[in-house]
Design a binder for this molecule. Structure first.
Ligand code: ADP
Ligand code: MG
Ligand code: ZN
Length: 487
């Protein structure tokens, strides 16, 4: 029997990112999330006849920034078009979007992934307005009615479109994460996927290994987490492979990810690719971007995550993993740098920020911006550890109290008697007690079993509730046990 055809997966992503502006793209309405429905609206974003759109200049600035960070060429002249379709949350009957002439083109994002270097080409970055929102569940009589909220209508977006350069579900999810980190670093997007400010459409096809021609693609819409991207692509590969092996055709269509069932579900067929009847938006002039403007934005471009990661490793001695995790988040970076500025040991600070601090925040589902412990206070705690005044395990207990109460480490250590015991006489008492209580272990040590030392350290730590200076305990144990050797 011939072995079944092996298939290769091909993926291209279209990512919608909300631009960080106070006001919408073509009117002065607020973009703030979470307002009461239909309170951030006006004739322009409601699409009332005769209302004229006026382009928000900051939107262009942010799109240039995104384009530059993705290595694109910024076009001196880009054009808005009307993309015509009917949808209840699209009151004008068309969406204003750049089409044939996007603001940025031909970029590339190169990065180091777990399995080696990756390069994903960026086809285009274009500006568009978001639509409103249809609410089918959870409001009013939603068992009988659907509701419309136009607060999102006219919120500025960039759509970032990649070439079909990705080859696996993990690579697609990883690219999305790299892109998010960059958009955060340049302050173009807030990265908040639950609130819908960053979402991804994954185009997926398969083809027999060795075939140059691309297979028919399926577009999975609106994936708003890395995990969804990964799972949706995984499922599409299985579904498409089964169809191909069964001799069935892949239909070009849009599908939706259903996380509960772990499947993609057909939304609409996309056989007719050009059914939007695009034409240039007559109410908006072309967007003109001078070379000076581009140069000025380039000048202001902040450090990107990869460069920052390198700097954290070089200048602060962080491990590559800690550095990557911190560098991907501007708020973690700020927190780390402020902590390290006070703590004497930057590597330990990096460890704490990615370890204990992150773990504690996750437990509460809280963000670093809202953490009750200031980086300076954490720095002072770590300085106490470094000075040998506090053991590593006691420091975790102290941090827990700081986190819960906002109290200073120094104060907690003094009032709770948590400071590390570095007093030799006091420790020697614990050491001799432990040795006296375990003659069998002493015998094992004498017989050459070095591991017994760890047992004794553990005994002393227990007796002192983790407060003993471990280095000193080790020294004392060795000298005490050695002196018994000669008895
Ligand atoms: P459309 O006109 O249907 O929107 P585009 O050519 O603009 O298609 O591509 C949209 C996205 O789909 C891009 O990210 C592109 O990389 C990706 N794409 C195009 N063809 C394929 C394919 N055969 N398999 C996977 N992805 C594809
Ligand atoms: Mg498309
Ligand atoms: Zn408005």
């Amino acid at each position: 029997m011939a072995s079944p055809t092996a298939f290769e997966t091909v993926i291209g992503l279209e990512i919608h990112a909300q631009l960080r502006t106070e006001t919408k793209i073509f009117c002065g309405c607020s973009t703030r999330f979470g307002a009461a429905p239909n309170t951030h609206v006006c004739p322009v974003c409601l699409g009332l006849p005769g209302a004229l759109p006026v382009l928000n200049r900051r939107v262009v600035d942010l799109a240039i920034r995104a384009g530059l960070a993705l290595g694109c060429t910024i076009q001196t002249r880009s054009i808005f078009a009307r993309k015509n379709y009917f949808y209840p949350d699209l009151p004008k009957g068309y969406q204003i979007s750049q089409y044939e002439h996007p603001i940025a083109t031909d970029g590339v994002l190169s990065y180091e992934a777990a399995d080696g270097p990756h390069s994903v080409r960026i086809l285009r970055v274009h500006l568009e307005e978001d639509a409103g929102k249809s609410l089918h569940v959870g409001s009013g009589a939603s068992d009988r009615n659907s509701y419309l909220d136009f607060n999102r209508s006219g919120v500025p977006l960039v759509e970032i479109v990649t070439h079909p350069d990705l080859r696996s579900p993990a690579a697609a999810a990883d690219f999305f994460a790299r892109l998010r980190a960059i958009l955060l670093a340049i302050d173009v997007n807030d990265g908040n996927m639950e609130e819908g400010s960053l979402r991804c459409d994954a185009n997926v096809s398969i083809r027999p290994v060795g075939q140059a021609e691309l297979g028919v693609k399926v577009e999975v819409k609106n994936l708003n987490s890395f995990r969804f991207v990964q799972r949706a692509v995984e499922h599409e590969i299985v579904r498409q492979t089964e169809r191909c092996r069964g001799g069935k055709r892949i239909v070009q269509e849009s599908r939706q990810w259903d996380d509960a069932s772990g499947r993609t579900v057909a939304m609409r067929s996309k056989e007719e690719a050009h059914d939007y009847r695009y034409f240039p938006e007559p109410d908006l002039p072309p967007v003109e971007v001078s070379e000076e403007w581009v140069a000025e934005v380039r000048e202001r471009l902040p450090e990107l995550p990869d460069a920052r990661k390198g700097r954290l490793i070089r200048d602060h001695g962080l491990s590559p993993d800690d550095a990557a995790q911190i560098a991907d988040s501007p708020s973690l970076t700020r927190f780390f740098e402020a902590t390290a500025g006070v703590a004497s040991n930057a590597r330990a600070a990096g460890n704490w920020v990615t370890g204990e601090v992150t773990r504690r925040l996750k437990q509460d589902g809280a963000s670093i911006d809202a953490v009750g412990v200031t980086p300076e206070a954490l720095g002072r705690l770590l300085a106490m550890v470094d000075a040998g005044r506090l053991s590593a395990s006691a420091a975790k207990d102290v941090f827990e109290v700081m986190y819960g109460t906002g109290r200073e480490a120094e104060h907690i250590v003094r009032t709770e008697g948590l400071s590390q015991i570095g007093d030799e006489a006091e420790l020697r008492e614990h050491v001799t007690a432990a040795i006296g209580q375990h003659p069998d272990a002493v015998a094992r040590f004498r017989a050459g079993n070095e591991g017994t030392l760890g047992f004794f350290v553990g005994q002393v730590m227990r007796a002192t509730r983790g407060r003993a200076n471990p280095i000193l305990v080790n020294e004392l144990l060795r000298s005490e046990l050695a002196s018994r050797d000669t008895e």
